[in-house]
Design a protein around this ligand. Structure first.
Ligand SMILES: CC(C)(COP(=O)(O)OP(=O)(O)OC[C@H]1O[C@@H](n2cnc3c(N)ncnc32)[C@H](O)[C@@H]1OP(=O)(O)O)[C@@H](O)C(=O)NCCC(=O)NCCS
Length: 198
């Protein structure tokens, strides 16, 4: 297994199509619905470790894991977002679309991928990573140290934010630094506004 780590390289069309195929399989859309438009967001592959990009500049992209013959076996997305926590803007690494090809599940790849993504975000200076997932998937992330956000959670632009339905979406956060961890209490039960889903 090798990890493709590239900095600010535009994802190739072939790689993007492989991601779409993986995500279509892992997150089947209800009949008649297409995949969310942000899946088509222009993207780069992920990033860093050996690069000297200034902190918190470009830790966004797709993390692709490929096997020996370069077939995609797992992928996720990282998105740079600013959310409002109790009225205070906080820059977060939005984690999304964590998926492992079915035949490769249950061997630690998903865990490894999430760690890779959050380590990546930490290296780029993010204090927090935040994700949305199906409520039944929270257990997977709890095991990795993520905490479910509970309280007054809204999605959308400030003038038109709507409440998140906890029966459909769970919002979760992981502190990536000691400073963030020390500030965790400020998030507990705080009103949080997300500019959009990711
Ligand atoms: C979730 C997913 C990424 C996990 O990938 P994976 O490679 O199987 O993960 P790992 O092998 O690292 O870990 C699996 C472990 O998590 C556990 N786990 C998986 N889902 C869980 C859940 N909902 N609650 C609690 N534990 C869960 C498994 O039982 C397994 O435990 P074990 O290590 O004791 O056997 C994969 O199942 C997947 O792609 N699912 C479809 C897409 C999806 O739901 N993505 C997450 C939402 S963003």
């Amino acid at each position: 297994m090798r990890v493709l780590i590239r900095t600010a390289a535009t994802i190739t069309d072939r790689e993007q199509q492989a991601c779409f195929a993986l995500w279509d399989d892992a997150f089947p859309q209800p009949a008649g619905q297409t995949r969310p438009p942000d899946f088509a967001e222009p993207t780069t592959t992920a990033l860093l470790i050996d690069d000297d990009t200034p902190a918190a500049s470009a830790a966004t992209g797709n993390v692709l894991v490929r096997d020996e013959v370069a077939t995609l076996v797992a992928a996720c997305r990282l998105r740079d977002r600013v959310i409002m926590v109790a009225g205070v803007p906080v820059r977060v690494a939005g984690l999304a679309s964590v998926a492992v090809v079915e035949a490769h599940r249950g061997r630690g790849l998903g865990t490894w991928l999430v760690h890779l993504a959050t380590d990546t975000a930490r290296v780029h200076g993010y204090g927090w990573s935040v994700l949305f997932c199906s409520p039944h998937r929270q257990g997977f992330y709890h095991r990795l140290g993520w905490q479910s956000l509970a309280g007054d959670l809204h999605v959308g632009p400030p003038t038109a934010a709507h409440p998140i339905n906890p029966a459909e979406d769970a919002a979760m956060a992981l502190s990536l630094t000691q400073v963030a961890a020390a500030n965790r209490a400020a998030w507990r039960g705080a009103p949080i506004v997300f500019p959009d889903y990711w």
